[in-house]
Design a protein. Structure first.
Length: 279
C-alpha cells in the first residue's frame, strides 16, 4: 500500500507549510486491514482456504500442462483400447452365436412354447400340440402305429431320449460352456493387442507395470457374470419380441378363420339335424 508519512504523523516537527504535494494515501485502508481484517478470528482460516485454492489451481494447471505433452500418446492408446475391446466383444459374441444345431433347437422349442401362450383358437391348439411334439420328437409317433412290438419299444426309447435331449437343449442356452468360450476369445484378443496399448500408455506417463496383461484382465470373473446376464436377458427379450411379432391380432384372425368357419359350419349342421329329428 502507498502511505504518505507526512500526512499521518501526529507531531511531524517540521514546517506546517511543507504539506504533501498529492492526496494519494492508503493509510486508512492499512488501518482497516490491520485492526479489522487480520485481527479478526476467522482471518487465518479464510487465508488458509485462499491458499488452498491457489495451490489447487496451480496443481491443476501443472497437470494440464503435463498431460498436454502426453495427449498424443494417450489419445492413441484410447483408440487402441476401444478397437481392441470392440474386436474382443465381437469375438466373444461370435463364440456364443456359433452354428450349434442343438442350441438352435432349444431356442426353437422356446419360441413355440411362447407362441402357445399367446395364440388363441384352433391355431393355438395346433401350435400347442406341435410344441409338445418338438419336445418328444418323432419317436412318440411310433407309439400309435401298429407294427412290430420291437419297433414300438424302440420308438418309446427314442421318444424318451429325444425328450431328454430337448430339455437339455433348452437349458443349453444358459450353459456356461458358451460363456467360457466367449471369455476365452475375449482374453485372446485382449492379450494380442495389449503390448502396443501398454507402450503408448507408458509414453503417456503410466507406470511400467502396465505391461503386465493380467492387469487388463483382472475383472475377468465380473466380465463373465455380466456377459452371462446380458446374453440370457437379450435372448429372452428377443424370443419375447419374435413371439409377439408372430402373434398379432390380424395374423391370428387370418389363420384361425378357416378353422372357426369349419367348426361353425359343423355346429350349425349338428344343431339343424338335431332339431329336425335327423339324429
Amino acid at each position: 500500500m502507498c502511505i504518505s508519512a507526512r500526512r499521518n504523523l501526529v507531531d511531524p516537527k517540521w514546517d506546517e507549510s511543507a504539506v504533501p504535494r498529492h492526496d494519494f494515501d492508503q493509510f486508512k485502508e492499512l488501518q482497516e486491514l490491520v485492526f479489522n481484517t487480520i485481527n479478526r478470528a476467522g482471518y487465518v482460516i479464510d487465508r488458509r482456504f485462499e491458499n488452498a485454492r491457489s495451490l489447487r489451481d496451480y496443481v491443476f494447471n501443472e497437470l494440464r500442462r503435463e498431460l498436454s505433452r502426453d495427449s498424443g500418446a494417450l489419445a492413441t492408446a484410447e483408440q487402441q483400447i476401444k478397437a481392441a475391446e470392440k474386436k474382443a466383444l465381437g469375438q466373444a459374441v461370435s463364440a456364443m452365436q456359433k452354428d450349434d444345431s442343438r442350441q438352435l433347437f432349444g431356442i426353437n422349442v422356446l419360441v413355440y412354447q411362447k407362441l402357445t401362450q399367446l395364440w388363441l383358437g384352433p391355431m393355438g391348439w395346433m401350435i400347442a400340440i406341435w410344441a409338445r411334439l418338438l419336445i418328444f420328437g418323432s419317436g412318440i409317433v411310433a407309439l400309435f402305429r401298429f407294427g412290430q412290438p420291437v419297433r414300438q419299444m424302440l420308438g418309446t426309447i427314442t421318444a424318451l431320449r429325444h425328450f431328454r435331449d430337448s430339455k437339455s437343449a433348452i437349458e443349453d442356452r444358459k450353459s456356461e460352456q458358451y460363456i467360457d468360450a466367449a471369455f476365452r476369445n475375449y482374453r485372446l484378443v485382449t492379450l494380442q493387442h495389449w503390448p502396443d496399448i501398454a507402450e503408448n500408455l507408458i509414453k503417456g506417463g503410466f507406470d511400467g507395470n502396465v505391461r503386465n496383461p493380467e492387469d487388463a484382465l483382472a475383472g475377468g470373473a465380473q466380465f463373465g457374470e455380466r456377459l452371462t446376464t446380458m446374453w440370457v436377458e437379450n435372448l429372452d427379450n428377443e424370443i419375447e419380441r419374435v413371439s409377439r411379432k408372430l402373434s398379432g391380432f390380424t395374423l391370428q384372425a387370418l389363420f384361425n378363420l378357416p378353422g372357426i368357419g369349419m367348426l361353425g359350419y359343423c355346429g350349425w349342421v349338428t344343431l339343424q339335424n338335431f332339431f329336425s329329428g335327423s339324429y
